[in-house]
Design a protein around this ligand. Structure first.
Ligand SMILES: Nc1nc2c(ncn2[C@@H]2O[C@H](COP(=O)(O)OP(=O)(O)OP(=O)(O)O)[C@@H](O)[C@H]2O)c(=O)[nH]1
Ligand SMILES: [Mg+2]
Length: 329
């Protein structure tokens, strides 16, 4: 499979370039606005001779279809440069089925990490823009620790927002978690110390505007004062450029990993990929429900590929709810 992209002022012009270069058998994989906003960018592929596929001597386990992968990435609004890299990698894995080929491509492009173990002594600090799902994710992380038989503590920095404290108090009570307040970054060392070292500690921060220096400076101080691992919580469905800029801003204050939320309320996940690339963030987990009884889903290349391919998303997010007995009391 040969793969090339062509940019021209109009679609007919771009199609002519494709035909002139690859011939009449070229398959159009995607048409997108050009990166500079002027014109159109067409990505096309040309199948190699069918004989090229025979040397392996066996059929792939299931069907490989680069068209389906390209359409899925286009649908999810994966930005052009990343789109090309993923398609190029997937095309080189055409002896796999579509899920595994895209998984291989995702693996070469992104880094994956596991959520910290409930026994981890290092606190985790959830950062992100307002309303991203930080507090809900705090509760899910605590639920996970509790289910692993570990005590947990929540340190909330979101004490100024009306109703903010009440929300986290409700979660802490339901999860039997210790709740502490730290109004300022300087209060964090004492708060962390007060949690003891036998609890899983989650620091829930106030929503931060990634484009406001004061907000980001405050977060940076909080990261350094607490010694916590800062994790970006970012909702799915955001514009790719916007998500990338947001992730880059959080990267600048030391964030190295990301948890994506609201996968259930969005249909396009290209923004999440842009964020991971721009912030060079490890993908940790995704959330597909507001209920704290529904767990965070770990992400790996196969799960990520399934999130993008038609008919696979629900399967990628399906799992048992966490033990609801925990908060039915
Ligand atoms: N559908 C859905 N809703 C979610 C998910 N995660 C969080 N929410 C909801 O999104 C809303 C905002 O979530 P919060 O956890 O309060 O967000 P936050 O980042 O703490 O918000 P601030 O503290 O105000 O910055 C709440 O109504 C949550 O229930 C998710 O994965 N899916
Ligand atoms: Mg919150």
């Amino acid at each position: 499979m040969r793969l090339k992209s062509y940019t021209a002022k109009t679609l007919p012009e771009a199609m002519r370039l494709v035909r002139d270069s690859l011939g009449a058998d070229a398959i159009i994989l995607s048409t997108q606005p050009a990166e500079d906003g002027a014109g159109v960018r067409v990505t096309a592929a040309l199948e190699d001779s069918p004989l090229d596929d025979l040397y392996l001597g066996s059929e792939p386990a299931s069907y490989f279809d680069l068209d389906t992968i390209a359409e899925a990435l286009s649908f999810h609004r994966v930005p052009a440069g990343l789109f090309d890299r993923l398609i190029g990698s997937a095309a080189s894995l055409s002896n796999e089925d579509s899920v595994m080929a895209l998984a291989g491509a995702m693996d070469s492009e992104f880094t994956f990490a596991t959520l910290p173990a409930p026994l981890s002594p290092r606190p985790i600090m959830l950062t992100g823009p307002p309303g991203a799902g930080k507090t809900a994710t705090t509760a899910k992380l605590c639920a996970r620790a509790r289910l692993a038989g570990r005590g947990c503590a929540i340190i909330t920095m979101d004490t100024a927002k009306s109703g903010g404290l009440a929300q986290v108090e409700t979660f802490a009570k339901a999860l039997d978690a210790t709740l502490l307040r730290a109004d300022r970054p300087e209060a964090l060392p004492d708060a962390v110390l007060a949690c003891g070292n036998d609890r899983f500690i989650v620091i829930d921060t106030a929503g931060a505007n990634p484009f406001l220096d004061d907000d980001m400076e405050r977060l940076k101080e909080a990261v350094s004062a607490s010694g916590a691992q800062p994790v970006l919580v970012l909702p799915a469905g955001g514009d790719a450029a916007e998500s990338a800029e947001t992730a880059a801003a959080f990267k600048a204050i030391g964030t190295t990993a990301m948890i994506a939320t609201r996968l259930d309320t969005a249909r396009r996940f290209g923004g999440l990929l842009s964020a991971a690339v721009a912030g060079r963030l490890d993908l940790l987990a995704v959330s597909g429900s507001p209920h704290i009884g529904d767990p965070l889903h770990p992400v790996n290349p196969v799960a990520l590929a399934r999130m993008f391919l038609p008919g696979e998303t629900a399967g990628a997010l399906n799992s048992q709810t966490q033990d609801l007995k925990l908060w039915s009391k």
